[in-house]
Design a protein around this ligand. Sequence first.
Ligand code: ATP
Ligand code: MG
Length: 310
Amino acid sequence: MRETQGETVQVPPLSDDLAFLDIVTEWDVDSTFHEWRAGIVVPATFLPGSLPRVIAICNQKGGAGKTTTALEFAMALVARGLRVRIIDADPQEASLSVWLRYFYPEGVEPADRKNLMHLYFDQSVTLQEITYATPFEGLYFVPSFPDLDDVETKHPTGTETELQFHLSKADDGIDVNIIDCGPKLGPLTVSALVAAHDVVIPVQGASGLDVRGAAALNRTITSVQGRLNTELRVAAVVLTDFEKSTLSRQIGGRLAKAYPNAVILPARTSVRIGEAQLAKQPLRIFAPGATTVLDYDRGASILFGNGVAA
Ligand SMILES: Nc1ncnc2c1ncn2[C@@H]1O[C@H](COP(=O)(O)OP(=O)(O)OP(=O)(O)O)[C@@H](O)[C@H]1O
Ligand SMILES: [Mg+2]
C-alpha cells in the first residue's frame, strides 16, 4: 500500500455553526406540514459502531446515491483524522474508479494496474497490493474496472467470503472500509454484505424503494445474516436528494418504520453535486458549505460515535 500519491490535501473539519439538521429520536409524523422540519433520526436503540469497521453501501436500484454516499462519508471521516479505504465493488464503466482517477495527479490509470478483480481470481494477491493512496490525506481506495463483472459470471471459488477473508486479515491501520456496491444483488454485493459490520441503504428521497426492490434487498440481507454473517445490521438509511415534500415525509416515515433500529439520515439535495462531479471533485472539497455535506458529516459522526466525536 503506497502511503502517498504526490502531494496530499488535508480535508478540514467543518465549523460547528453551520445549518446542521436536528437530531431526533423519531420521524415526525404529527406536526403540520408547515411546521415540519426533517431531522436525523437516531433511535434510542442505536449504538455507534466500534473501529475498525466495514460498511457496505447497498441498493440494487441504480442512481440511488450509493457512490455519493460512499465518497462523502469517507471525506467526513478523513476530516476527523481517520484512515479510510473505499472499495469500489461496482463493475460499471461510470463507477467511482473512473471518477477518482481524474483527480489523481499520476493516476490509478489503466485497467492493467491490480484492482479488486484480482482479489477474487488470484490467490496470491493481498488487499494491501490493490489499495492505492489518493490525494486526500487518510483516504485510500481499491479500484475496479468493468472486468470485475467476471466475478458475477464466472463465480470464482469462495466468492462470497473472499472480501471478508482479506479484510479480516488486513493489518494496515485502516479504521473504516467503505464498500460501494453496484446496482445488483449478485455475488459481488453478497460478498460485500458478508464482509460488512453495517449496511447503509441510500434511497432516493423522492422516489423511495419500490416494494419489490425493498423485499429483494431485505431477503438478501436476511439470508446473509442467517448463513454467513450473523452480526450484520442495517445501520442507516440515507434519503438522498432530499427535499421537503409530502412524499419525502411519507417515504421517511415508512423507512423509519421498516428499519426501526437504523439511523434515518436525510441528505439534502444540492445543485452543487452535479457541479462537483463535473469538476471531478468530492462535494466536500468543491462546496464544503453545501447542505448535503453537512448531512453526511453529521451522519458520519453519528454512525461512529465517540470514535469520531463531532
Ligand atoms: N443529496 C443529493 N442531492 C442531489 N443530487 C444527488 C444527491 N445524492 C446523489 N445525487 C445525484 O444522484 C445521481 C446518482 O447518484 P450516485 O451515482 O451516487 O448513485 P448510485 O446509487 O451510486 O448509482 P449506480 O447505481 O449507478 O451506482 C448522481 O447524479 C448524483 O449527482
Ligand atoms: Mg454508484
